[in-house]
Each structure stands twice: as C-alpha cells, then as structure tokens.
Design a binder for this molecule. Structure first.
Ligand code: SF4
Length: 771
C-alpha cells in the first residue's frame, strides 16, 4: 500500500475555507498544464506502472470506461483517449491507499461529520463492510454475511416495502443497475430515485413530451458535420473535457460555435489540444465565434426570440426558410407556435436575457445560414424552474428548419455522469412505463408494483416525514448532492437505517440514519472475477452508444465485492427470508456469469435484443432512436410537437442577486479532487461567491471581503452559506455563483422544476451580508 497520506484538515465546520489566492480567470483550456494536472497526481497517487496501465486502457476497446462524465468515444481512438479530469477520476478511484481497520475506532461518526468532502475522499478506498449500531457513534467492521443479514432483517421488518427507498448513482453499470431494479421491484416498491433526478430529468421530460424519446438525437460523428453548434448552460472544458476535441474538429470543418452562458468559461473560448503541436506550442483553437452572456433564467426568452426571427424571415420570404416538407410530414403545432411568438415582447426578452437585440439578431442570422445545427446543453438549462419548457423551446427551434433526424444536426443534452443514461435504460426510474414492467414480470415471474415511486427530492421529503425509514444507496452521495443540505441531513438522520454501497468515503457516510452500514465495492478499474471467470460490464454514453468496460487492475483488497455481487447477495438475503416470494429468480447464476444478466436484459429492455453479441462488437452498438434514425417520433400521434410555452422570467428584487451553483475544475459532482479551480483563477479554498464588479459597486460590497450569503425563498426560512470570500468576476450582471455542493444549503428542497422536479440550483435569489 502507498505511504502517501492525505493533506490534513482540522475537524470543525465541514464547509470549505476561502481561497488563499485569486487570480484573473484563464481564457483557454487544457494545453501543457492539462497534461501536468492529469499526470502528476496520477504518478503521485499510483505507481508509474499502474498509471500507464490504467490511463492507456481508459476508454479503449478492451479497457474500462471512464467513470467520470458520459462523453462518448470516437470510433477511431487515439492512444491517449482521456482528459485531465478523467485522469483525476481514475487516480481517485484506483489509489492503492485504503481505509485501515483502525480508522473506524479513531474516527467516530461525530468526527466524520465535521470533515470536508475533500478530506473524506482522501482517506482511501473502503475495503471492509462496517456497521454502526443504533445509538453508537462508531462504525465497526462486520463480515459480509452479518451485513447482509442486518439489511435483510431491517428491510423485512418494515410495515411496507414503500418505507424503503433505493438510490442509484450514475457510476453503476448496466448489469448492476438491472439486477438492482429487479431486486427492488421484487421486494415490492418503485422507490428508485437516482442522480438523474437532480440533473437531466428536465431533459428527459422535455424531449419525451415533444419527440417521444428523452435522449440525444445525435451521434458522436454529427459534431464534425455540423455548420453551427450552440452550447447552452454548459461548461465543457471542466465537465466533459474531451468534447473540446470534437468542437475543435467541427471548427476545422468550418462550423461556427455560439456559447450561451452567464460565465465566460475558459473552455468555451480557446482550446489548446494537448495531443497536437498547435495545442501544445501555439495558440490552440478559438472556439466560440459568439458569446452571449445571458442572465440566469433567460434562455427560454432567447430561444423564443430566435424562433420568432426565423418565423419572421419566413414571412418575409415565404417558402424559403422553414423546412416545410419536414414540418408537414412529421410535426404538429406550427400554427399555434407562430401565433404565440407573433406577440413576443422584445423588451421582455431583453430584460430576461440581459442581451442586446443585435446579439440575438446575430445568433438568428447564424441559425438561418446554417444547414445543420446542433444545440447542446447541460445543467445550466436543466436546473431552472422553467427548465422543461426551455428545453422544449430548443426542440421548437430545431424543428422549424428540420434540424432533427439528419446528419450533423440535432438535440444534444450532455449527461454528467458516466452511466446515468444507461441506468435509466435498465429500469432505474421511479416511474418506468408498464410495458417495461410487464416484460420484467414475464421474464422473472414477479408482480412489479405499478404505483409510481419516489424521486430524489420526494425520498428526502418522505424521510423527513417518517414515511421512508430505510435508504439503500448504490453509489453516489445523495445527502451531499441534494438541495437544502440542512433539511436533507435532518431528514436522513431520522431514518432507521441507511446503507451505502461505495468505493470511498463521502458526506453520505457521515450523515446517516440511526443504524448505518457501509458496503465497500469494486470500482470500474478493478478486475471483477466471478466463478465463471473475469467479467465485463456495460455502459451507455450520452449519445446512446452502449459498450463494454473491463477492469484492469487487481482490487486493492481481497474481500471486495462487485456491485453485482452485493446486489444479488442482498436480494438473496432479503427475498429469501420472505414467505411470499419472490419466485424462482436465480440470483446466484447472475452473479456467477454476467452474460446471464445480459440474456435477461436482452429479453426485457427495448433495443437490447441480442445484447451479449452486440456488446462484443468492436465498438459495441447504438441503441435505436426513432427521431434520430428515421424521423419516427414515438409520441401518441406519431409526430414531433412544436409547443407553446409562456415566458416567466425569474424575478430578482433590487439589492439581491440570482445565484447559480457551479463546479470547480478540480471536482467531479460532489467529489473534490483539490481545493483549486484553475481556469477561474481560484486556489486553495472553495468558500467564494463570484459577483460582477459593477454589481459589487452597486451593492457597496468590496472585492475580497467576506460575506454570508442568505437565500431568499417564499417559505421564510433563512438559509445561509457563511463566510464566503467575494470575488469580483466577469459573470453576467445581476448574477452570482458559488460552488456545489457547499451552496446546496441555499437551494430549498421545495424549489423544483415544473414537471421534472429537478432542484432549482441555477437561479436562487440571494442577498449578501457582511460576515
Ligand atoms: S471527457 Fe469525460 S468521459 Fe472522457 S475522459 Fe474526460 S471525464 Fe472521462
């Protein structure tokens, strides 16, 4: 085991401290520093052999899939097919540093709860099951059999299966996700919240309603064919860095790029590709041809204004602008949309967006000149109250000129966690359609519950109300990721039992129910051996491509179990004790050989027929997608829907700011690799609030001062993020930013997006007060 010990921080307030250094933000991403920041931590944290073995097999055909974001792989791979943040994720997971048995006696839960996410994650890999008894302050190592018996006893002791909720994170493989949802439904509930509830749920809702499929309508190759790529509410340089290579290729092929964002992110400006001479030694590639610095919550108004200009252009030159053939054959709602946008108030648009008419004209001009347009987005769009109608406006704009279902064009949500999309395909959803449940029941001889279950926010609300008494989490960090940290933590502590299936420690191991278990599991990088031999798993990326992932290094400890092993053994322990079922499900056969799971998947999950064979093709396979493949829209009437959405700009009273939560360049979701944010010039601490310098003058607040950030919401609760250093930053006027997950404390649990119920983390009304 490595002797490298983590940087120590004193216990106390688990939120971070202000930065030691603040410099001007960078205007380019990657380059040589990207290589250094990828390799130096890897070489420090792992041996050179382990580093080479892992990084060179990452995202390769016989290698493992990056456990970080869901960006797809090109068919033709380069030797180094990873980015800086992918390397950090691998280093984080594949560290040989382990949590020693003595750790649990030295660190009671009351100590863990005072530590930051950064400190918790640095303690190394979890290697033995541990149990905290009710009333105890300590986890104590237990055997696997003891751990499963405890969970079985507590789950079977509930009054109803609906008193338990089963969370899933986006790292989980398709195989583990499939057996997990099967176990949960055989147990008797649809309480299957997942991390998607907190990120792209709005995307699924909007695309599902309008085009019939809640997933991207493009493939990887479409980026290189596009004439125009509009990037909205997204920071690819940090959150899916290899996307910059695809954008660079598009630029080389003549595409123009428009970035729409409140923050001028380095990765939206210029990319120094570390795999090219020009990237290493030259200026790199200028990316955004136009940057629209939009006010938070202004995207729907912008999209409507562009669509109106498109319709006006058609009115001025009838028959020359819209794709009439496509619209007539495949869509509905054009007349209603035209009538609605005819009354669009330009002044209201300008107020909502903070943009000038000329800027919107320029974007509309680019859209009208382009034959093939991709609109791509991430959580800057999905975490607003009006996220679903905003994304429907993207669909409106694309449909007007037939930009769905043809090469180089389409809707491109970029998902943030490796297999979050695959987990949903495998049935991780609290409201899977009856067609899926019917197939599941027929395959396994069970009777799935049909009432919809609880999503992530509803699970926390139900725990607060005492209606959910047990929480099982297959990966992730629910209490760290969910909004309204104080309320969420109080809710979790009310539970009788919390169970975390994890690779490393995080906040969800420190904020627990009266009784708690940690079940350590293999990571993506670990070789997974079962009775039939080494196993592979499968994942689905953000453009519906499914492929295999093979662990590459020996597990850090002999007793670690894979997620599939843990879930199938848990199922046997829980369901085997029940007199009423669950029928003849052969869990042992599925654990022994994951091909058996995939045979079941092939018969249950639409699009996965012949799954084992298709997965063994060199690049796996692409799931069918009617709108993308054949302009077939699986909606009730077989048409794509242009929709009418009422503008509802976010109000912000005078003297207040709209705050969004953001991720630093040195973090992945709630995992904090380092306390720096290189591209934004912030070093050695995360307690910052970024504010436009003109707003600081107006508010009479000095750059560099320390403030408490108070959230203002109509429930009258004073939510406070304390001790933030004010950083004058070129964000949009009236808008501020602070880091996730620390700033989750400001987002009310009840503030969720219409329809999707995604937490509204991108437009929180706040006031700053001297600390
Ligand atoms: S772009 Fe995303 S998937 Fe690819 S290596 Fe980087 S973090 Fe991993």
């Amino acid at each position: 085991m490595t002797t490298h010990r983590p940087e120590e921080t004193q216990p106390g307030d688990p939120t971070d401290t202000p930065p030691q250094e603040v410099r001007p933000p960078k205007d380019w991403a990657a380059g040589l520093p990207g290589i250094a920041h990828a390799l130096v931590p890897a070489l420090r944290g792992m041996s050179p052999t382990r580093t080479a073995r892992l990084l060179l097999s990452m995202n390769h055909r016989d290698g493992f899939d990056c456990m970080s974001c869901a960006w797809p792989d090109p068919d033709r791979r380069k030797p180094a097919e990873f980015c800086e943040n992918g390397a950090k994720a691998v280093t984080w997971e594949a560290t040989p540093l382990v949590v020693e048995p003595s750790f649990w006696a030295e660190h009671p839960v009351s100590d863990l709860v005072t530590r930051t996410e950064h400190w918790l994650g640095q303690q190394g890999r979890l290697v033995e099951p541990v149990h905290k008894a009710a009333g105890s302050d300590h986890y104590v190592p237990v055997s696997w059999d003891e751990a499963f018996a405890i969970v079985a006893d507590r789950l079977n002791g509930l009054d109803s299966p609906d008193q338990a909720s089963f969370y899933t994170s986006g790292r989980t493989s398709n195989e583990a996700a499939f057996v997990y949802q099967l176990f949960v439904r055989a147990f008797g509930t649809n309480n299957l919240p997942d991390c998607s509830n907190m990120c792209h749920e709005s995307t699924g809702a909007a695309l599902g309603e309008t085009i019939g499929v809640g997933k991207a309508t493009i493939t990887y190759d479409d980026f290189a064919l596009a004439d125009l790529i509009v990037i909205m509410g997204q920071n690819p340089g940090t959150n899916h860095p290899r996307m910059l290579t695809a954008l660079e290729e598009a630029k080389e092929n003549g595409a123009s790029i428009v970035a729409v964002n409140p923050l001028p992110e380095a990765g939206l400006k210029r990319y120094k590709n570390p795999q090219t001479v020009r990237g290493l030694a030259g200026r790199g590639t200028e990316l955004a041809d136009q940057f629209l610095q939009i006010r938070l919550g202004g995207d729907m108004a912008l999209l409507q204004a562009v669509s109106k200009r498109v319709l006006d252009a058609e009115a001025a030159a009838p028959g020359t602008v819209l794709d009439h053939e496509f619209l007539a054959a495949h869509t509905s709602g054009l007349d209603a949309l035209r009538a609605h946008l005819a009354d669009l108030d330009e002044d209201a648009v300008l107020a909502a967006t903070g943009l000038a008419s000329a800027e919107i004209d320029e974007l509309a001009g680019r859209y009208l000149r382009a034959e093939r347009v991709i609109v791509t987005w991430a959580m800057g769009l999905t975490q607003h109250a009006k996220a679903v109608p905003t994304i429907k406006e993207i669909v409106n704009l694309l449909l007007l000129r037939g930009n769905i279902g043809r090469p180089g064009a389409g809707a491109s949500p970029i998902r943030g966690h490796s297999n979050v999309q695959g987990d949903r395909t495998m049935g991780i959803w609290e409201q899977m359609p009856d067609s899926f449940l019917d197939a599941l029941d027929a395959e396994f001889g069970i009777a799935s519950p049909r009432a919809h279950g609880l999503d992530a926010v509803a699970t926390v609300e139900a725990m607060a109300a005492g209606r959910v008494r047990a929480l099982v989490a297959l990966g992730g960090n629910l209490v760290g990721a969910i909004s309204d940290t104080g309320a969420a933590e109080e809710a979790v502590r009310r539970a009788d039992l919390t169970v975390q299936i994890s690779t490393k420690l995080n906040r969800s191991h420190a904020v627990v129910g009266r009784e708690a278990l940690i079940l350590p599991t293999l990571g993506r990088t670990d070789i997974d051996r079962q009775a039939s031999g080494e196993q592979m798993v499968s994942v689905e990326d953000t453009v519906c491509a499914v492929h295999a992932s093979h662990g590459k290094v020996e597990p850090v400890a002999p007793g670690l179990l894979s997620e599939v092993s843990i879930v199938t053994r848990l199922a046997r322990a829980v369901l085997g004790e029940r007199p009423d079922g669950p029928g003849p499900i052969d869990w042992a056969a599925m654990e022994r050989d994951y091909d058996v799971i995939r045979e079941h998947i092939a018969r249950v999950v639409p699009g996965c027929e012949d799954y084992n064979a298709k997965l063994r093709r060199p690049n796996g396979f692409r799931l069918p997608h009617g709108p993308r493949d054949s302009r077939t829209f699986p909606t009730a009437d077989g048409r794509a829907h242009l929709t009418v959405n009422e503008l509802a700009p976010v109000e912000c009273p005078p003297g207040r700011l709209l705050l969004q939560t953001i991720r630093s360049h040195d973090q992945f979701n709630t995992t904090i690799y380092r306390r720096d944010d290189r591209y934004r010039g912030i070093k050695g601490g995360r307690a910052v609030v970024l504010v436009n310098p003109d707003d600081l003058v107006e508010l009479g607040i000095a750059d560099g001062s320390t403030v408490d950030v108070h959230g203002e919401y109509h429930d009258g609760v004073d939510r406070v993020l304390r001790g933030q250093r004010v950083v004058a930053y070129p964000t949009a006027r009236g808008c501020a930013a602070a880091y996730f997950p620390e700033a989750n404390v400001l987002v009310p649990l009840g503030a969720t997006a219409e329809t999707s119920r995604t937490p509204v983390s991108k437009a929180v009304v706040v006031r700053l007060e001297p600390a």
